[in-house]
Write a protein that binds this ligand. Structure first.
Ligand SMILES: *[C@@H]1O[C@H](CO)[C@@H](O)[C@H](O)[C@H]1NC(C)=O
Length: 507
């Protein structure tokens, strides 16, 4: 019994804290950095594309073609993210969690070198390919960092450590925005260095992470190496007696194996989970197609069309990033306290309103002198609205709607929808901006509204509900009957660990 007490209050040891920081800085920070790195130097990079094209073909580049090249350079990143997320399962089982994080640095250092030499090689194609590779790196790290941290953290710290990667992503976004200030690196000579700097966290991770233990769960379950698993746990926990925790890991694994795992295909054919799955897909599409990443990829161009003075844009962009960091910290507490449904409805409502107001502000920009300030306010309100609901909640709801057997398949679907929607926005937004001008944000407002209506009508409150209760709420819509006397289902349900659900992600 004393053992049990000790287990439930594991401390944050130095090894655990430093392993967390190394993985989060080396991988999550880098992911965030690459989200916003192309925003500030976009005008100089496009000049380089233009000049390269002109020199190569002896004629000026067409506006449309330049827009296409540019939107490809931006959107290859989320497309790479999609491929990266498909590579997660084979890699983490073969190389381990820490091993995958180390291996993943190849996908960071190689493109960093490519981007660094692109200017000398006079090739924008190199940049486009490099963005695809660095996207693979992001797709892998967005899945593997939370997995590694979840498996090295004791249960009582899982929720708290789960926030760390998220925070580092937003700090990475902010860092690229700060470096993108004209006097720092956001200029015609600094941009190659700025793109290449993504390799610094990668190199630091490569140097430091080998000194930290591999996930003990991986060592024990996948490798069957009890000695290594024990050593790893002893270092992470700071005490010698880790037998109880190892035993718990074995039991958890056995009960999971007994339940089995649904494949994506069998998940798609489960009628009892159909509307849960549709809800997850719509929420992830809504999250991305509402345009949040358009703001990080193209902030400067949005502010420029809002009439913000050329020199002020960089500081406004940095301000948006700072608000995002602050809101990500705040959101953690809000998400725990308030209901999921309420936050989703409020969040999408705020984003919808902000987009409508932004459209009005962009349209009236020429007539009223203070309109640029209204536009800035709209973008910031949008970022706040997105951070309290659409960003973090779809992930939380997904863990609450699917139990362990179906979760990996559900996350596979959700992740694919996430990256492909993200890719779509990155690719299309520049054309929307050219074609529709101020009205491009009406599309985002419309998507927020449709998502809001769907959530209003279909998605129930899932906070503090067991999987079975959620299952029941969906039963009628799924046209399945459930037999509550089925005690087997009940018993399995009780084994769910609530800690698993406490995790927050953005975009
Ligand atoms: C390409 O550069 C030339 C020369 O600087 C400029 O006149 C032209 O407008 C640029 N083309 C585009 C599509 O930006």
């Amino acid at each position: 019994c004393e053992q049990k007490d000790k287990m439930s209050v594991s401390r944050l040891t130095w090894v655990l804290a430093l392993a967390t920081l190394t993985a989060a800085f080396g991988s999550s920070f880098q992911y965030g950095y690459n989200v916003s790195v192309v925003n500030s130097p976009s005008q100089f990079m496009q000049q380089f594309y233009n000049a390269t094209y002109t020199e190569r073909y002896n004629r000026p580049i067409e506006g449309n073609y330049l827009t296409l090249l540019w939107s490809l350079s931006v959107s290859m990143f989320p497309l790479g993210g999609f491929f990266g997320s498909l590579m997660v399962a084979p890699l983490v089982n073969r190389l381990g969690r820490k091993g995958t994080l180390l291996f993943n640095n190849i996908f960071s250092i190689v493109p960093a070198i490519m981007m660094g030499v692109s200017e000398i090689a006079k090739s924008y194609e190199i940049i486009i390919v490099a963005r695809l590779i660095v996207g693979i790196c992001a797709g892998l790290s967005s899945n593997v960092v939370p997995m590694y941290l979840g498996e090295i953290a004791p249960k009582n710290l899982r929720g708290a450590l789960g926030i760390v990667p998220q925070l580092f992503i937003t700090v990475g976004i902010l860092c690229a925005q700060v470096l993108g200030i004209r006097n720092i690196l956001g200029n015609s000579t600094g941009w190659t260095l700025m793109l290449g700097l993504t390799s610094i966290p990668a190199v630091i991770e490569l140097l430091l992470l080998p000194f930290f233990p591999e996930s003990p769960r991986y060592m024990l379950i996948q490798k069957g190496d009890e000695k290594k698993a024990t050593e790893a746990l002893q270092r992470l926990r700071g005490w010698d007696d880790v037998d109880t925790e190892l035993l718990e890991m074995r039991q958890e694994d056995q009960s999971e194996k007994a339940e089995g795992h649904l494949t994506v295909l069998s998940l798609l054919s489960q009628r009892s989970l159909r509307w849960q799955l549709i809800s997850i897909v719509i929420m992830n599409m809504g999250q991305q197609l509402s345009g949040v990443n358009a703001i990080y990829y193209y902030a400067d161009s949005i502010y420029a069309s809002a009439g913000v003075r050329e020199n002020d844009i960089q500081y406004v962009t940095v301000g948006t990033g700072a608000v995002n960091v602050f809101m990500t910290i705040t959101a953690v507490f809000i998400v725990e306290a308030a209901g999921r449904r309420l936050l989703l409805l409020c969040g999408f409502g705020i984003c919808c309103g902000a987009c409508v107001l932004l459209t009005v502000a962009l349209t009236l920009q020429a007539t009223v002198a203070w309109m640029p300030y209204v536009s800035i306010a709209c973008v910031i309100i949008y970022v706040i609205g997105h951070a309290i609901g659409p960003s973090p909640i779809p992930y939380v709801v997904a863990t609450e709607m699917f139990r362990q057997t179906a979760r990996p398949a559900a996350f596979m679907v959700a992740g694919s929808v996430h990256w492909l929607s993200n890719f779509t926005v990155g690719l299309i937004f520049p054309f929307l901006e050219v074609g529709l001008g101020p009205y491009s944000f009406i599309i985002f407002a419309f998507i927020c509204l449709v998502t809001l209506i769907y959530i209003w009508m279909v998605v129930p409150e899932t906070k503090k509900k067991t999987f079975l209760e959620v299952f029941q709420m969906f039963a009628k819509r799924n046209k399945v009957e459930i037999n509550l006397g089925h005690s087997n289902l009940r018993l399995k349900e009780l084994k769910e660990t609530p800690e698993d659900a406490v995790k927050v992600t953005t975009f």
